[in-house]
Design a protein around this ligand. Structure first.
Ligand SMILES: [Zn+2]
Length: 307
């Protein structure tokens, strides 16, 4: 049995959340539904073509979209997994009161179980921001793993700069910055201690993937921005890792000409042609497959690595 595993997950963040990050007014009706419609169709077709199961981190309130639920239920039949991405995707989740945080985790769990007939085993916080309090709630709710910690200096610096820039021009983003201590967290799966950035005996944390040494982000946005050749280089630097945890967003499968011209002014990756973006993701998968990686859902990966 192969010990080298790769899990590909998709955060299904609606277009409205990107508008909020950039301090824009709400998207029009046509654009608003793209992440739960067109992007999902494309992602499922892509996963089928390259024969990998996906782990979908779904926002609880989004199960009111019945077509979206139908598409994902069909994906579950093909071996995909559903994870919990909180009830409302509040970027300030960790700043809410404890009962409100509990409601964001448990409320999503209830809705997702009702919609998909399975109880999610994994949690991913909005905006990669967690605290010991939030992870205590997740752990007590009986999850098998969390996958929110992103120990990536480049991402952290970029986010800090964007938030600072928005403050300078008087635009208010709903995004918040994590404590810099997240950068000291382990880069590979671990059981959390206290603080959660240290190893201990608690809930399994599967950090969002960064490359060794340079700790470049190995996520959809960086791969699609680099294109196929760059994506291959980044993927090669990870060969040897026991688990590669590749996180995508539904928006990685959309482009400006799908009807996202307004958002594309603020989000450079939307200005890239779609075939180049999906080509980059397929190239990264191809490198790992040729290096004997087995593609499994995150829950399956967590079971198999046995930490
Ligand atoms: Zn998200």
């Amino acid at each position: 049995m192969s010990l080298k595993l790769c899990s590909v997950s998709v955060d299904v963040d609606g277009i409205d959340h990107y508008h909020a990050i950039h301090g824009l007014s709400a998207p029009d009706v046509g654009a608003a539904g793209l992440a739960h419609g067109l992007a999902i169709e494309r992602l499922i077709a892509w996963a089928r073509e390259i024969q990998i199961p996906l782990t979908w981190f779904v926002i609880g309130r989004d199960v009111s979209d019945l077509n979206f639920v139908r598409s994902l239920n069909a994906a579950i039949e093909e071996g995909h997994e559903i994870g919990n991405h909180s009830l409302d995707h509040r970027y300030d989740l960790t700043r809410l009161s404890e009962p409100e945080q509990t409601n964001q985790v448990a409320g999503a769990q209830e809705r997702l179980e009702q919609a998909f007939g399975v109880r999610p085993l994994g949690f991913r916080a909005p905006g990669y921001t967690v605290t010991d309090t939030l992870l205590d709630i997740v752990e007590q709710a009986g999850f098998a793993y969390d996958s929110s910690v992103f120990p990536c200096p480049a991402y952290y610096a970029a986010k800090a700069l964007v938030l600072l820039g928005q403050r300078v021009v008087g635009r208010r983003s709903l995004s918040i910055l994590d404590s810099p201590s997240v950068l000291s967290a382990p880069l590979t799966p671990y059981r959390r201690g206290r603080p959660y950035t240290r190893k201990g005996g608690g809930l399994i944390e599967v950090p969002v993937q960064v490359t060794p040494w340079a700790r470049l982000p190995f996520i959809g946005t960086s791969l699609t921005s680099m294109g196929p050749a760059g994506a291959r280089v980044l993927a090669r630097s990870l060969v040897g890792a026991r688990l590669v945890n590749l996180e995508l967003h539904a928006i990685d499968f959309l482009a400006a000409d799908d009807g996202l011209q307004i958002l594309a002014r603020h989000q450079p990756d939307l200005r890239l042609p779609l075939p180049r973006k999906t080509g980059a993701l397929s190239a990264a998968i191809d490198v790992l497959r040729k290096a004997d990686y087995t593609f499994v859902t995150m829950a399956e990966a967590v079971r198999r690595i046995g930490i």
